[in-house]
Design a protein around this ligand. Sequence first.
Ligand code: 1HE
Length: 265
Amino acid sequence: MAEADDDRLVTYRTQDNVALIGLNRPAKRNAISDRFVEAINDAVQRAQAECRAAVIHGHGPHFCAGLDLSEHSEKPLFEAVKGSRRWHAVFDHIERGTIPFVSALSGATVGGGFELAAATHIRVADMTAFFALPEGQRGIFVGGGGSVRISRLIGPARMGDMMLTGRVLSAAQMEQWGGVSYVVEEGQVLERATAVAARMAENAEFTNYAIINALPRIADMSSEDGLFAESMVATLATMTDDAKDRLRAFLEKRAAKVTPPGQEG
Ligand code: 1HE
């Protein structure tokens, strides 16, 4: 995993059309304080203005140890409520913004760190990654959207198991549970996550927008409403110039075909 390259809480760089957002508080295992949430928000907004996909990764061996417990333990009740609502707003910008996000997970992906990963669209983990929701042991509760996002990702029963027992899952176990989509060797997670993001950055912008905004909403609808919404989004997508160009390119044999696994060029 990349080393911290300066003293900002969040680093930001670009590689072609992909923004690389680095959580940069390795001495505290990238635990998220109030200032840190705002720095993540700034980087997310900038990525959406400048790039077509983004990666969120951790500097140092751990992705993120969750909520900054030292700051949290000092908070009056209403400040804690407002803090949780701020996490919701910032993570919502990731999940239902304008570009897709990939998280590159290594080491601790714990509590609020797992909630952040769950707000991204694709999770890539290396063999060092481990997943836990130790809120039960700490006497608190998830507050960064986990009860909605993690619960939908791996199922409420599995999330409840993690919270009730404090069990720690490996990357391979989390892949079996559907919480991560790719598991790679140690040291390769940023490279693979960036490659996945670069691939998404080549898609039609409107289709990416529709995928990240329509799918979670349709999942919340009745089947009848979902099918109706799907038809509307599908028709809108077809009417973009991008779709017209891309469909013409395929019909004129200028576009890549869908290739079976293992036969990619
Ligand atoms: C922290 C935090 C933190 C580390 N808040 N300071 N999250 C947790 O319950 C996870 C708590 N952390 C750990 O279990 C371990 O630190 C790790 C497994 C992540 C890493 O272990 P290790 O041995 O590499 O590091 P360390 O020695 O435990 O920690 C290094 C420093 O980071 C140390 O501070 P120092 O001043 O003594 O050097 C730790 O105190 C500090 N640190 N994690 C504050 N989380 C929106 S609601 C979300 C609810 C939650 O996220 S609950 C889960 C919270």
